[in-house]
Design a protein around this ligand. Structure first.
Ligand code: BDR
Ligand code: CA
Length: 312
């Protein structure tokens, strides 16, 4: 199985991404590193622990990473995810405990311990933990297999400012360092996640898949109500699960290898992913920028794997 570390700020869509990974035997999740993002770090840690427990994986190590972006203060998104970050059916206080080791050290140690080119990082929050690991241990850049990250937007521009997507906006300095690292990147921007919209019938369907399914349905339902009210959209984009799904079933997705640079300073465009989709520069391609998804295939995969986790 493909070894991965999930770097995350749960978040309902992060939580579904974790469930998808844990329900898929193509993937071997070595650990989960939490980062501040949707809500502050103590809550993203708590939520990651609670999701592992829900999934029947109390053995999975969860680590706390960075509590704040590399420069400046933290921007959070309680207005999207609720005060807990994981509003929906309330999960019990997790009985498993966070690991003592810092998440950044776990990333570094794991990449140094495992054979080079065998561990993929799945990053579905701000890129602070990964950029910090690269700062502390530049040698890991040549050991990581690739990074599959949810972040950015080009044709769909922004969801937190008119120009920027949340994960990149929260820590553009970290993102810039990751995009300049030379590591093979697969980027899942809003351009594709806005095509991965939930539907009421799908939420109902997973709601029938045992307790895990009922909880996942309550999360996505919460998320969906926000998007319908705010954007009048047909459903809610399941952003982060797309990053995990790309690893399990890449044929569901399509995109182009292009150059992507991160704006760290712009007066109006801080956190923008400047994507050379049309190849108008001679800058070296550094990312596979995904733009399309087979929506039905994606939601079938999600239902199947949630059912598996529920033991159905
Ligand atoms: C991203 O921001 C967060 O709110 C979601 O969890 C996702 O990772 C979408 O912009
Ligand atoms: Ca996230």
């Amino acid at each position: 199985a493909q070894k991965i570390i999930i770097d995350t700020d749960p978040g309902q869509d992060d939580a579904v991404a974790i469930l998808l990974a844990l329900g898929s035997d193509e993937l071997d999740v070595l650990g989960i590193t939490a980062v501040a993002g949707n809500v502050p770090l103590p809550l993203t840690v708590r939520n990651a622990l609670a999701v592992c427990e829900l999934a029947g994986r109390p053995d999975l190590p969860v680590f706390a990473g960075c509590a704040a972006p590399l420069d400046g203060s933290l921007v959070t998104a309680e207005h999207v995810h609720g005060q807990t970050g994981l509003d929906g059916i309330a999960l019990p206080e997790p009985s498993i405990r966070v690991q003592d080791r810092n998440g950044v050290d776990f990333i570094i140690d794991t990449l140094r311990r495992e054979p080079a080119g065998t561990v993929t990082l799945v990053a579905v929050g701000p890129l602070t933990n990964i950029a910090t690991a690269l700062r502390h241990a530049p040698d890991i850049a040549s050991r990581v297999q690739r990074i599959v990250l949810m972040g950015g937007a080009y044709f769909e521009v922004g969801n937190v400012t008119p120009a920027a997507e949340f994960n990149i906006f929260v820590d553009p300095v970290a993102a810039a360092e990751v995009f300049a690292s030379g590591i093979d990147l697969v980027v899942i921007p809003l351009d594709v996640t806005h095509k991965a919209l939930t539907s009421p019938s799908w939420i109902e369907e997973i709601g029938r898949l045992g307790h895990v399914g009922a909880v996942a349905a309550s999360w996505t339902g919460f998320f969906e109500r926000f998007d319908r009210a705010k954007y009048g959209s047909e459903g809610a984009p399941l952003h982060d699960p797309c990053a995990v799904a790309w690893l399990i079933a890449p044929a569901l997705f399509s995109g182009r290898r292009i150059n992507v640079e991160i704006e760290t300073e712009g007066r109006w465009t801080r956190g923008m992913t400047v994507a050379d989709w049309w190849g108008v520069t001679d800058r070296r391609p550094n990312a596979l920028f995904i733009r399309d998804v087979d929506r039905d295939g994606l939601f079938r995969l999600l239902s199947e794997r949630i059912a598996r986790l529920a033991g159905l």
